[in-house]
Ligand binder design. Sequence first.
Ligand code: FRU
Length: 484
Amino acid sequence: MTKNVKMKKDMQAYWQSLPELQAALMEKIAADPWRLTYHQMPATGWLNDPNGAVQFKGTYHLYHQYVPETPNGGATHWGHKTSQDMVHFKEEDIFLSPDQLFDEDGVYSGSAFVHDDKIHFFYTGNVKHEGDHDYTYSGREQNTIHVVSADGFTVESREVVIAHADYPAGYTDHIRDPKVFEHEGVYYMILGARTRDNLGHILLYRSDDLYDWSYQGVFLAGNEEQGFMWECPDYFELDDSQVVLFSPQGLLPTTYNYHNPHTVGYLTGAINWDEYAFEPETDFVELDHGFDFYAPQTFEDESGRRILWAWMGIGDTEPEYGNPTVARGWQHAMALPRQLTLENGRLKQRPLPEYQSLRQHTQTHRLCEIEESTLKGEIYELLVEFDETPRSFELTLRQDSKLSYQDGLLTLKHGESGFGRRKRMIPLTDLSQLQIFSDTSSLEIFVNDGEFVMTSRVYPSPDQQMIHVTGDAQGQISYWDLKI
Ligand code: FRU
């Protein structure tokens, strides 16, 4: 990061060419029936992780990893959306771009921390040096950057607070995704890391003023079975418990868990403040059992709710499964925001009740009365309340996507419209409720009032709208069209 070194990219030329590149993408996007309706996506191109989620002076801000000029990713910016109600969002100007020597290959993920009437953002500045590098063991910098903003739109200051060279020894070049929290007047930052032996770690720093940070040690360390890198660590307190949430890469699949290349999960436990280490009291629990869910981050809103945003996508799923929207100028979206609570030691995830405002044309039936022709829809919510755990149950949600329950297994299966997504299962002895959100090209299935969730992109033909119900099940089914 020597001064007077030229940026790799001519940012002035970039900004000049962007409108034309975006206009070309927008033409394809406008004609795409798979463009989502009540989910958050930028105008064009690529989205991945949620960043800097916060409610500040009443307004909800959601920033996100964003590459406007291509649906294939690249050097990320922070896109920006705001909302007054968490349902209707406005797309704002890009908040941060990779236009500094300390972040010229990507304004990577990070978080927001409100202090003294300002938002303090922390993110990872990604830099790739030219040369013969693998960018894991050499060639990459991931600096920790601090941004101060009085309004969430304008940048007051932006500076490196931990330079890559100052990270502790023993790590690869992958150290990123800062999240800051406060404890007894002191600020703490956690960072995801990959050791040189390819283990996932979370590192802990502390600061008295949010500007000077000093390394304290390893907050949490994974073993060989827990992935090679932990991304996007988050820490929060919920109902007197302490939770660490993170996105491990490369967990080996078990019979029912970790079937995606990378996953998300959490541990509950307690911080040992003498050792600066998190001591888990539970095993790792996977947060979502679908195909497309990664890199979540949480924030506490002004009414005290713990809300989770997640990328409705994952890296490295190709060649097994992918997204045909790439040919249409865009890729990926955010999953619906979820409220987290901790009940009997486990996280429950429920869709925000605000989304009930989108419900239209209610239909309610007893399950046994449903005929094939009764239910039909594309952009809808379904609520199935069983009188008791069904003996068998099958619901065709869209074209060839089926959710079934049989012999203690809840199974989501896609045919062709899954574009390579096939089957995910959850073993379940009790099934009392299903709440399903369908958008043009997504399904989010909340099971037993938020006990489990399955999130999936799916690409049915828009005219395939039959919802079939079969099986040996008693209960009630409610249907709503959802309109934003
Ligand atoms: C997770 C992630 C983060 C990183 C960002 C880069 O999806 O790999 O670790 O900061 O995406 O876009």
